[in-house]
Design a protein around this ligand. Sequence first.
Ligand code: FMN
Length: 199
Amino acid sequence: MPKILVLYHSSWGHIEKMAHAVAEGARSVEGAEIVVKRVPELMTEEQMRAAHMKVEQEAPLATIDELPDYDAIIFGTPTRFGMMTSQMRNFLDQTGKHWASGALIGKVGSVFTSTGVGGGNETTITSFHVTLLHQGMVIVGLPYSCPEISDITQPRGGSPYGAGALSNSDGSRDVSENELAQCRFQGRHVAEITKKMHG
Ligand SMILES: Cc1cc2nc3c(=O)[nH]c(=O)nc-3n(C[C@H](O)[C@H](O)[C@H](O)COP(=O)(O)O)c2cc1C
């Protein structure tokens, strides 16, 4: 049965919330085993508290060595100037040995994100895909059969590249129900495809 890791970094909690929604969607696929973990933080606790970041997050830290244990990895990262955070980048930059051995080739990879006002909501995901392709992973996005990405009646993140949220420039906007539904859809979609490929 497919074993799926939801691996995220979150400073203020939007991506953390989305990660659990992605996991919920993935768990709805019978037999799928879902694990939620974080990448290690690079900021000190003092720096995080000064920036009102969410220091306590229940998900355990992932290790580089465990990545090959999964059939799929669904990555969640906030946007930093249109791209992934340095915390996620730093983690990925330690996966060179998996690139060298080909340990991640053929595994499913998928990405979701959260941006402040939207600049980078798509590029954070598409630029992330480049790394996944270098690792030989098979990219899964968020198809238009997810009705929420065709709904333009309200501000929202998200695209066929992956689920997305808008957190506002000061982080005051919570992840909307539309955006959480995207996350659940993406989680389920990845789990269904992974089950077909690796189940
Ligand atoms: C250094 C920095 C750069 C950022 N760059 C962008 C950006 O390019 N576009 C944008 O819309 N939001 C940007 N943001 C806002 C974050 O994407 C936002 O804080 C994120 O959605 C919050 O997710 P989290 O609650 O999981 O940490 C930036 C935030 C920081 C601290």
